[in-house]
Design a protein around this ligand. Structure first.
Ligand code: NVA
Length: 359
């Protein structure tokens, strides 16, 4: 690696030097719509009906922000530089030529920014509530650009009515035997969190927010040294790959056994050790409005020997320990109702290492 690079991250496990940690300040609950309904559990509809367009309740944001601030302290004690976004006023209604909406939050840098080597890819997103979210990160991106990073914003789509399959029924996603999604193939769409980096090989899933056009856009723009591989798992409504497969070190892949079958992984993983994650620890009292309880495996590797893990996950911590990873526990369950855990709430900007092939 060129040591002067301020942005450099090729995988999930090289030693972490700089990271962005999100914030739930100004977070606003999205209004119910077909795209949201396709990707969130049906039991949470009442929450979006009641609070849609309004700020998240204060007690939720206070408790989650405290956990984020504690995460920052833990990272800084490990000598990792931490940057934070500048949240917009997400309760402002904005208007495009086609529609109007309130915003969401700047809580999940992993969703909007994909760091590939020295390139910062800005994801175009697929929800109207997230259309302008990137601007919470723009000061940071401009700073990184001035420091030499490459900056690759994906094309903004209109997200007009025709972009969504308005008739999509999450209870019947394969009406003619062919899997349908709430978003169409009319425009480029992806969230960065549907991609996971293993050096020169990057894996991606098509999801309720990432379409073939989006995958192809990344493939064509990211550079010929990278190969993009498409995977699909048994998550009923896929949204973000980082509770399905979690690479923890070269040759070691943690999988969510509910959605990922070892024999469904491509042959290139034959030489890898595939480790099944334990079921999420119960009782589990976080309200999961956006996600499954597999947020438990959404942790952040500090390097290939240490990972920051949610503090209640004793079986996961024991498993990681057995595989040579020291878990560093932090409280994070008050953040879960916002739709992610420690991996989602962060994006690694710099990891010390080289671009390599691990297959
Ligand atoms: N859709 C996945 C990932 C969320 C970050 C889940 O519900 O576990």
């Amino acid at each position: 690696m060129d040591v002067s690079k301020k942005v450099w991250s090729c995988n999930e496990w090289d030693p972490l030097e700089e990271v962005i940690v999100g914030t739930v300040k100004n977070a606003v609950v999205p209004e119910w719509n077909v795209a949201l309904g396709s990707a969130t559990p049906s039991h949470s509809k009442w929450f979006f009906d009641e609070y849609g367009g309004k700020p998240f309740p204060r007690e939720m944001t206070d408790a989650a922000e405290e956990e984020l601030n504690n995460l920052v302290t833990v990272l800084e004690k490990l000598d990792i530089t931490v940057k934070r976004p500048a949240p917009l006023d997400f309760s402002d209604t904005y208007k495009t030529p086609w529609w109007s909406s309130t915003g969401l939050y700047a809580a999940m840098p992993r969703d909007v920014l994909l760091i590939v080597g020295d390139i910062i890819v800005e994801a175009p997103m697929a929800w109207r509530t997230r259309y302008f979210e990137i601007f919470a990160f723009r000061d940071l991106i401009e700073e990184y650009f001035k420091d030499g990073a490459r900056w690759l914003p994906a094309p903004k789509s209109t997200m007009n009515d025709a972009f969504y399959n308005q008739d999509f029924d999450p209870e019947n996603a394969e009406p003619d035997g062919i899997r349908q999604f709430a978003i169409s193939e009319k425009e480029v769409a992806f969230d960065a969190a549907d991609f996971v980096r293993f050096g020169t090989d990057i894996f991606v899933q098509k999801s309720e927010v990432t379409n073939e056009m989006g995958i192809e856009w990344v493939r064509r723009h990211i550079g010929s040294e990278y190969t993009i591989h498409e995977l699909s798992f048994d998550e009923e409504h896929p949204l973000h790959i980082d509770t399905s497969i979690v690479p923890i070190a070269p040759g070691k892949l943690l999988i969510n056994p509910s959605w990922v079958r070892k024999d469904h992984l491509p042959d290139m993983f034959d030489s890898w050790e595939i480790i099944e994650a334990p079921a999420p620890t119960k009782p589990f009292d976080s309200a999961l409005y956006f996600s499954s309880d597999w947020l438990t495996i959404n942790f952040l590797s500090i390097d290939s020997k240490r990972a920051i893990v949610e503090e209640n996950e004793t079986p996961l911590m024991e498993l990681l320990y057995k595989h040579g990873i020291e878990p560093i526990p932090v409280p994070f369950r008050n953040f879960y109702p916002f739709g992610g855990s420690i991996h989602c709430a962060t994006t690694d900007v710099r990891r010390r290492g080289k671009l390599e092939s691990y297959f």
